[in-house]
Each structure stands twice: as C-alpha cells, then as structure tokens.
Design a protein around this ligand. Structure first.
Ligand code: HAM
Length: 440
C-alpha cells in the first residue's frame, strides 16, 4: 500500500513590519482623512498623489546618501528593464520631482500640495514603527516668507490637537548653506575631543553626518549632545531673522512650542526652520508623531530653478496608537437609514433591484440578502441601527405594495410600492427636523 507523504504547509502570515488595517480601526482612518481634507481645503492645499515607486537616485539626491533612511532602510530593487528603483521612504522627494516635472514653477506661487499614502522603511519593527507606514503631509513650494513656516507649523499642530492629542512643537533652526558649515566645524571639533565617549554608530556619523550626533539617544552620546555647541549661535543674519519671525508668528498663535537645539531631522534636505511634533507619554518618554521644516535648496538640487519650500509629514499609525491610548472618542460613520428585508425568491429579486434604485437615489440603505428568515433580518437591521425596514414578501409582490416598519415603534404600514421613495423622503425629513430641534 502506498504511503501518503505528509507535506507540511508553511503558515502564511504578515511580512515582518507590515500591518493590516482591520475594519474596527477604520473609523480612526476615516476621521483623520476627513480632518486632513478639511484643513487642506481651508488653507488652500490641493491633493497630489505621486507613485510609490521612484528612481533610487531621487532619494539619494534629496534625502541624502549618508542618511540612515537611504543607506540602510530603503526597499530598493532593479526592474526587469534594469532601472534602479525604490519604494518611497517619504513623500517630499516625489512631490518636488513632480513639481519640477510638471512645470509647476510657472503656476502662481506658492504651490500648496498635500498627500496621504504609504511609505516604506526597512527599520527595526517595534511599537509604532513599521516597515510600511502611512503619512499625510503638506508642502508649500515657492515662497520663503517665515509666515508660511508658521502656518505649516500651526496646521501640523492643530490637526493633532483636534484629533484629541496633547502635543507640543519642538523647534530649531539648522541654518543654511552659508552658515551651517561653520557650525558643523564646531560640532566636529567638539565631538573629536570627546570621541571616546561616542557609541559606534556615532563614531561613523562623526565622519559622514555629524549633525545626526545631536539626535542620538544612547546614554553617553545623549549627555554629550546636551552640552554641544548650538546652531542658533552660528546663524547668520538672514537665518536668524527668519527664525525670529517664525517664533514671533507662533507667539501670536495658540501653539505650545519649545526651542530644542537637538532637532536636526534625519533627512539632508532641510535648511532654516526644523520642527517635530512631540507627544509625551505618562512615563515622560517623548514620541515624535511628525516632523517638518524648510527645504529651500531641494528644488534646485533636483534640477529645478532655485525655489524655497517648507512642509511637514505626520505618521498616521503613531497618531492612531496615541488616540487609542488616550481613549479619544471616535464615532463610527453615520449609521444606515433603511434596511431592506425580503422573504422568498421572487421578493429577493425585487429587493435586489429596489436596493440598487434606493442606493442610486442617494438613500443610506443596507441589506442582508443571503438571510432568509424575517427575524434574522430584523436583528441585523436593529444592530445596524436603521430607522426603517422595508419588508417584501409574496403578498406584497402580488399587491404591488411594501411594508414600511418604523424600527423605533415597531409599527408597520402598507405602502404602495411605487410611492416608497417619496414616502421615505417625507419620513426621513421629519426625523431630521425633529433632531435639529432637539439639537442632535
Ligand atoms: P520624518 O520625520 O522622517 O519626515 O517622518 C515623519 C513621520 O513619519 C515621523 O514623525 C513618524 O511619525 C512617521 N514615521 C517615520 N518612520 C516611521 C516608521 N518606520 N513607522 C511608523 N511611522 C513612521 C519625513 O518623512 C519628511 N518627508 C517630512 C517633511 C515633509 N518635511 C518636509 N516636508
């Protein structure tokens, strides 16, 4: 007798660092999307969607070849046509490429754009850190006025405040190509004399990306960074005046902000204003929910005419984790108004068509066509919180009527099938007026 060979099937599961967004979590995403859309509309930002895949060179030239993001964290590959491409690790580079490629420099400036989409970084996964994560971001390209920096800061701040989070802005100026070299020289000197106290990563950073030394949280480096020279002392007049103006605008607005000389950001394209949006948890630990800054050189670096710009991005999963921790109340999408119940095959056919007609006419309607019994269907209608259930059975088909059940009172009335839409409009309007009066 032939023996059956046991083949062990490997369990299929999420790729490390990835995350499903399940139906229960969607209410947070809906709320954030709505909030972002509203802010964008009020502040005059237009939506842009750029591809997830871009040429690897775009990120090397913008984010910077020596940054952790580009040197260690990109998902890069070669296409069958031998193009070297990467999954975008952030959104700004693609937006700027698009701005240049589509001649947006010829539009009235600044061009104000916003986006929302997934990004990819091959980072070490942990709470609030994924390999695919979503950001929304706002970019204003084409104006160097500090009032624009202040406006973007207030947008980043207020969106999160209105989502129920208690956050603060930590802000710094990292100067520009004129004055930053002197500061980098001072930083290098300072760390050279303390070289032995640096972690191994920072010893490398000292050669390649000395500003990032200020960002290291390893104990020894952290202590050194606290007493390191500060960029504000090296700003030239232009950068200093710009920074002072941004702070003055912020003083006029209701923004909780703190100066922090260690905000240098992990991407190379920044100049002048840099900020992070920080949440402090109960144990006093700081969490960056977002960050941004000016990037006045980037359009030029990527081949466009020199054009100042400023923007920010916020990590959506991190925001949702905080909203859940804080138990921020998020109501589900508006419930359904009408449930359609059917009994028997003929009724089901007619119900399918009625559902489509009512849905197409703009009614907020729901069904459960695979259920057969009336009790099951009414249970679902109750769970969905519908106001009315329409019931179609053999008798109603024969009489060309339909039963209209008020789910609150349980009262059922026979309505002429052809008049059901106008009857529903009447009744829904009455409920709306009643709710309005009651201030609901
Ligand atoms: P970023 O600071 O690299 O800036 O990212 C912004 C936010 O994205 C972070 O504060 C964090 O909330 C979220 N984030 C980053 N990496 C992860 C991860 N692995 N898992 C979960 N969330 C993450 C930028 O990306 C710039 N493009 C921001 C910008 C726009 N600057 C100017 N315009």
């Amino acid at each position: 007798m032939a023996t059956k060979k046991k083949t062990k099937k490997s369990k299929l599961q999420l790729v490390k660092g990835m995350k499903d967004i399940l139906p229960d979590e969607q209410k947070y995403w809906d709320l954030i999307r709505d909030k972002v859309d509203n802010f964008a509309h009020n502040y005059g930002f237009s939506r842009i969607d750029t591809p997830i895949v871009e040429s690897t060179n775009l990120f090397k030239r913008s984010v910077g070849e020596d940054t952790d993001i580009v040197s260690k964290e990109m998902f890069s590959f070669e296409t069958p046509g031998k193009d070297k491409v990467s999954l975008r690790p952030e959104g700004t580079a693609g937006v700027v490429r698009s701005y240049i490629e589509h001649g947006m420099l010829n539009m009235p400036q600044p061009v104000k754009l916003f986006y929302m989409g997934p990004n990819f970084r091959y980072d070490k996964p942990q709470a609030g850190r994924y390999r695919q994560f979503w950001q929304f971001g706002f970019e204003s390209i084409g104006d160097d006025d500090p009032v624009i920096d202040a406006q973007l800061i207030i947008i980043s701040y207020q969106i999160l405040r209105e989502l129920g989070l208690d956050i603060e802005i930590q802000i710094n100026s990292i100067g520009d190509a004129e004055c930053r070299p002197q500061y980098i020289k001072a930083i290098k000197q300072y760390y050279q004399t303390n070289k032995n106290d640096l972690c191994s990563e920072c010893s490398k950073r000292l050669l390649k990306n000395p500003l990032r030394l200020l960002d290291c949280k390893v104990k020894g480096c952290n202590e050194l960074a606290e007493s390191a020279p500060q960029m504000v002392d090296y700003l030239d007049d232009d950068c200093k005046n710009h920074f002072m103006s941004v702070l003055e605008y912020l003083d006029e607005l209701d923004v909780k902000y703190n100066l922090n000389h260690r905000i240098v950001r992990g991407l190379d394209y920044y100049s002048k204003t840099a900020w992070e949006i920080i949440e402090t948890d109960e144990s006093g630990k700081l969490h960056a929910l977002g960050g941004g800054g000016r990037y006045d050189e980037l359009v030029h670096t990527l081949g466009g005419r020199p054009t100042p710009a400023v923007g920010f991005a916020i990590g959506i999963e991190r925001v949702i984790i905080k909203m859940q921790e804080k138990k921020v109340e998020v109501s589900k999408r508006k419930g359904y108004d009408i449930f359609i119940a059917q009994l028997g095959i003929e009724a089901r056919k007619k119900a399918l068509k009625l559902f489509e007609d009512l849905r197409g006419a703009g009614f907020n309607v729901v069904e459960s066509m695979s259920k057969k019994g009336l009790k099951d269907q009414l249970d679902i209608a109750n769970k969905k919180g519908t106001l009315f259930t329409l019931i179609l059975g053999q008798k109603e088909i024969a009489d060309e009527t339909i039963l209209l059940r008020d789910m609150d009172s349980g009262v059922q009335e026979v309505v002429n099938f052809n008049k059901i839409a106008s009857e529903l409009v009447k009744r829904l309007k009455k409920i709306e007026e009643k709710n309005l009066k009651a201030g609901k």
